[in-house]
Every structure is written in structure tokens, then in C-alpha cells.
Design a protein around this ligand. Sequence first.
Ligand code: SF4
Length: 258
Amino acid sequence: MNIKTQNKKSKYQVYKPPLRGIVMDGRNKGCFPSMNYHLTPVSSNAKTGPIPVTTSSKATCWKGCPFYGNVCYASTGPLALHWRKVSEGGRGGSFAELLEKIKAFPKGQLWRHNQAGDLPGEGSRIDAKMLSELVEANRGRKGFTYSHKPLTTANATLIAYANRNGFTVNVSANTLLDADKVALRHPDLPICVVVPEGTPRRTTTPAGREVRLCPAERKGSGINCANCKLCSKATRSYIIGFTVHGTSKKNYAAAVAQ
Ligand code: SF4
């Protein structure tokens, strides 16, 4: 792939998207009119802890995601209300504005991209230019996020690029078996997996890969993303698991049974 271009003004590697397989057709010039991005400078969410978190319009989500709608944790509660307002344009702003805010973070700042929403780009595709800009805005900071977009060759290439350049993108698997399939095809990508309630804190996939459940799920642990940081480690050797809770349980079982 063509990821070798050096920016003359910067010592950092700058991504030049491959010409084949990735849509860079100028339809959106790097920003969809219907797309909106919001930054919460200090999250009040107990699980993330007091770090900056962003929210992207729902149009960034792939509708083929088996959790789209009724399993996704962001589809219920206060986060769902916030997400709707961002998606409808009532909160947040443009992608360019988001980039400026990220660039203003102090060096070393841990931040979580997308408490709701997915990587930039409509639906299944990742917008190479926008992701590249996000990676550059994050230089020197510790941004991390998750993606449930399909791991096409183009998407996987872009996600690997982000991970190599300091912006950690965890790819999401739907089950432990699915996590094995993802790991086989993409051994260099950090993986997260959704697991049913009752899964032990330390477990393995059917093929024996280590899985550790998110420690913030343990009530009273005092652990949150701000002091845990596991999801920001792109080269970790284990998979992180998230337990599906509450009303989503039934929907999860139905979604993964298909
Ligand atoms: S594993 Fe750590 S960093 Fe990842 S979501 Fe849980 S608390 Fe946050």
C-alpha cells in the first residue's frame, strides 16, 4: 500500500490514501453536511472518568453492524438523547472544529473518540482524508476509539495506519468466536469483543486467545478509562471484553444468533 509519503514540513509520516479500494471522490470534501461532531471536554461518565470524549453523528455508523439500533449501548439512556441531538445538528459542530479542539489538548492527553458513533465516513466506509486528519490532530496525544465498520481491505488498511501512528482504533468483534476470526485475519489490530452476562473476568476465545473484561464494569472498582488506559494500548496482546447488560441482553442474543 502507498503509505510512504513524508510531509516535508513534518517529521511525521503522513498518510496518502491508496488509489484503489478507498473512496476519495470529493463527494463530501472531507465533511458530510449531515455529519456533526461534539466534544465533551471533561466527561462525567463514571466509566470513562474525567477525560475528553467525543460523539459523532449516527450517520457514521454502519447499518450492517449487528448491534445497530437495539443492542448498541449508546442507543439507550442519557447517551442516546445526547447522540440524537448531535446527529440532528442540535449539538456539536463541524469536523474541522473538532480537529482544532483536539489539537488544543495538552501533549499526552488521554481522550476517547466516540462514546457514540464510528470513525469518520458515512456508513460502512472510512473517509481516508478525515481519518488521516484525525491522526495528525492527535499527534502527541493518546486518543483511542472503537470501530464496528466492516473490515474490508481498505478499512483495515486505514485502521492499521491509525494504530501505527498513535491513534488507537480497537476493532469490534461480536462474539468470542468472531474475535478469533478477526484476530486471524488482522493479527496486528487491537480487538474488543462483546460478551454475554456471566462471562468470567478472565477468559479465552475458543482458539485460546486471552480476553480480559473491562475493569470499569466491576462496581466499586474505582477503575475508569482515565486510570486504566488499556484500550489506548494498540500493541496489547489480549482482547478486551465488554459485557452486554440490561434490556440489550435479549437483542444481543438474537443478533449474534443470526
Ligand atoms: S478497558 Fe479500561 S480503557 Fe477500556 S473501556 Fe474499560 S476502563 Fe476504559
